[in-house]
Design a protein around this ligand. Structure first.
Ligand code: ADP
Ligand code: GLC
Length: 482
C-alpha cells in the first residue's frame, strides 16, 4: 500500500477559493479507493478548525520549528475516510477569511513565513521526525504554497519521493530577497537554478526544480507552459524538466456535481429526464430577477473575476450581447474594476443581466443547471473544472481553445455531432471570435434536435477521477521503484 502525504493549501469542503480545493478534495478520495494510505496536510485556518470540530478533531503532535510551536491536529475530510492533518500556528488559525490575503485584499505580509513553516512541518512528517510513527513513500505537493517542500526534502539523502503539481503557473509565490533572508534556508538556494528568480525568491520554482516528478492538470497546459507565452519566465526550467513532466487531466467529483441528485436544484434531471432542466432555468430567471422566458438563451459565467478568466472578452462584446436576444447571469468575485463594471451593467439592464458578487456554492450549482450555455473564454486555463461541470449538467460550453478547455470541449459542426461534439470552441482570445462561437451555439440552440444530441453527448462523458487517479498512482509506483 502506497503511503502518500498530500500537501495542499485548500481542500473542499473545509476551505475553498478555487479549483485547487475541488481537486484536493476529490483526488485523495479517488486515491484512497485505489488502495493508497493517504493523509492530506492542510493549514489550520479558523474556518477549517470550525468545520473540523463537528467531524472530530484531536491534537496528534507538537513540533518546534525555528522557535515556533507548531501543533498538528487530525480530522477527516467530511463524509469520507480520508485523514486530514492540520498544521496549527497562530499565523493560520488566527486569520479569518481568505487564506492568502487580509480583509483589504492584499496578500498577508508574512505569507513567506506562513508557508515556510507549513513546508517545514511537511518535511518533518515526511522524514518521520514528527512523532507520528508514519512515513510516506511519496510527498505530493500542490502549487506555490508547497513549493519549498521538495526543496527542503532534497537536502536529505533518503527522503521520500516528491511529486509537484502545478495548478496555475501564474501564481509563482514571489517574495523579496529580504523575505528569503528571514527564512532559515540554505544560502545555496539563492541561485538561478534553485529558488532565485530574477532577483526574487519563487516558491513555485522550488517545486519545479527539486521535485522528482512534476505534473500539471491537463496535457495541453503541460505543452503550453514550456513555451514563453504561457511559461511566466519558467518555461526554460520546465523544458529542462520535460522528461519528468506530465499533464494529467483533472477529474471531477461526480457525486457533488450530479444533476440527477443535486440537492441545490429545484428539479433534478438526467439524460432521460432532460426536460426537467427547464424548471431550473425558470427558477434561476426568477431568483436572479431576469425576464422569465424559456426561449431566450440564458448564458452562465462562474469564476474568479480576474484577467485569466477572459472577463475582458465578455465585456468587449457586452453591447452586442445586450442588443441581441440573450440573458446573462454571472457569479464571481475578484478585481474591483471588473466587479464595478459588471454591477453597473446589471443595474442598467436588470431583466437581461444579473450578477451575484461573492462566493455562493449553491448558486454555482443552480447556474450550472439553469443556464443553456456556459461562457468560459479564459485567456489561459490550466484545466478548468466549470466547463466539465457544465457538460455534466447539459449546459453547453463556449470556450477558448486553451489548456484544459481544449482537452475537454469538442467543437460542434453539423457533421461532427456523432463524434462527440459537446460545445463551441474559438481559437484566438478575441471578442469577435467569442461572439462568433456564441452565434454558432445560438444557431444550434434553436434547432432542438441538434441541441439535445449535443447535450446528450456532453452528459455522457466520463470525467470521473478513475483514469487520472490511476495515472498518479503509476507515477508514484515508478518513483518508488527508481
Ligand atoms: P480556478 O481554480 O482557476 O478558479 P476552476 O474552474 O478550476 O478555476 O475552479 C473554480 C471552482 O471554483 C469551481 O468549483 C467553481 O464553481 C468555483 N467558483 C469560482 N467562483 C465561485 C463563486 N463566486 N461562487 C461559487 N463557486 C465559485
Ligand atoms: C487552478 C487553475 C484551474 C484548475 C484548478 C485545479 O486554479 O486555474 O484551471 O482547474 O487549478 O487544478
Amino acid at each position: 500500500m502506497q503511503k502518500i502525504l498530500f500537501a495542499t493549501s485548500e481542500v473542499y469542503p473545509l476551505i475553498k477559493t478555487g479549483g485547487l480545493a475541488d481537486v484536493s478534495g476529490s483526488l485523495p478520495r479517488a486515491l484512497l479507493k485505489l488502495g493508497c494510505d493517504i493523509k492530506i496536510l492542510l493549514p489550520a485556518y479558523p474556518g477549517v478548525l470550525e468545520k473540523a470540530a463537528s467531524v472530530g478533531l484531536k491534537q496528534i503532535a507538537q513540533l518546534e520549528i525555528d522557535g515556533n510551536a507548531v501543533i498538528i491536529k487530525q480530522t477527516r475530510l467530511p463524509g469520507t475516510k480520508v485523514a486530514v492533518w492540520l498544521v496549527d500556528i497562530a499565523e493560520f488559525s488566527e486569520r479569518a477569511g481568505n487564506p492568502y490575503c487580509g480583509p483589504d485584499g492584499n496578500d498577508w505580509y508574512d505569507n513567506h513565513k506562513r508557508f515556510y513553516i507549513f513546508s517545514k512541518a511537511a518535511e518533518l512528517i515526511a522524514l518521520n521526525q514528527a512523532n507520528l510513527d508514519w512515513q510516506p513513500d511519496i510527498v505530493h505537493c500542490n502549487d506555490w504554497q508547497t513549493g519549498l517542500i521538495p526543496a527542503l526534502l532534497s537536502l536529505h539523502p533518503d527522503h521520500p519521493a516528491t511529486v509537484f503539481t502545478i495548478h496555475n503557473l501564474a501564481y509563482r509565490g514571489l517574495f523579496s530577497h529580504q523575505a528569503f533572508a528571514e527564512l532559515n534556508l540554505p544560502q545555496a538556494f539563492w541561485h538561478h537554478e534553485r529558488l532565485e528568480f530574477y532577483g526574487q525568491m519563487s516558491f513555485i520554482k522550488g517545486g519545479i526544480a527539486f521535485a522528482d516528478y512534476v505534473t500539471t492538470v491537463s496535457p495541453s497546459y503541460a505543452r503550453e507552459i514550456q513555451k514563453p507565452e504561457f511559461g511566466y519566465g519558467l518555461d526554460g526550467l520546465l523544458r529542462y524538466r520535460s522528461d519528468s513532466l506530465a499533464g494529467i487531466l483533472n477529474g471531477i467529483d461526480n457525486d457533488e456535481w450530479n444533476p440527477g441528485t443535486d440537492a441545490h436544484l429545484v428539479a433534478t434531471y438526467n439524460r432521460r429526464t432532460l426536460g426537467n432542466k427547464r424548471k431550473n432555468k425558470q427558477a434561476l430567471q426568477e431568483k436572479m430577477g431576469l425576464a422569465v422566458n424559456s426561449e431566450i438563451p440564458l448564458l452562465g459565467f462562474i469564476g474568479r473575476l480576474v484577467d485569466q478568466k477572459g472577463v475582458d472578452l465578455i465585456l468587449s462584446q457586452m453591447s452586442r450581447l445586450l442588443t441581441s436576444n440573450y440573458q446573462l447571469v454571472i457569479l464571481g468575485s475578484g478585481f474591483p474594476h471588473y466587479e464595478q463594471t459588471l454591477r453597473n451593467i446589471a443595474e442598467q439592464n436588470p431583466h437581461k443581466v444579473a450578477i451575484h458578487l461573492g462566493y455562493d456554492e449553491s448558486l454555482a450549482h443552480q447556474i450550472e443547471a439553469g443556464s443553456d450555455i456556459f461562457l468560459m473564454p479564459s485567456i489561459f486555463e490550466p484545466c478548468g473544472l466549470n466547463q466539465m461541470y457544465s457538460l455534466r449538467y447539459g449546459t453547453l460550453p463556449v470556450v477558448h481553445a486553451v489548456g484544459g478547455l481544449r482537452d475537454t470541449v469538442v467543437e460542434h459542426s453539423l457533421d461532427e455531432i456523432a463524434n462527440g461534439a459537446n460545445g463551441f470552441v474559438f481559437q484566438q482570445p478575441e471578442g469577435d471570435e467569442l461572439f462568433a462561437a456564441l452565434e454558432r451555439a445560438t444557431l444550434a440552440y434553436h434547432q432542438p434536435d441538434v441541441w439535445k444530441k449535443l447535450q446528450l453527448n456532453a452528459m455522457s462523458q466520463d470525467f470521473s477521477w478513475q483514469t487520472s487517479a490511476k495515472a498518479y498512482c503509476d507515477i508514484y509506483t515508478e518513483l518508488q521503484t527508481k
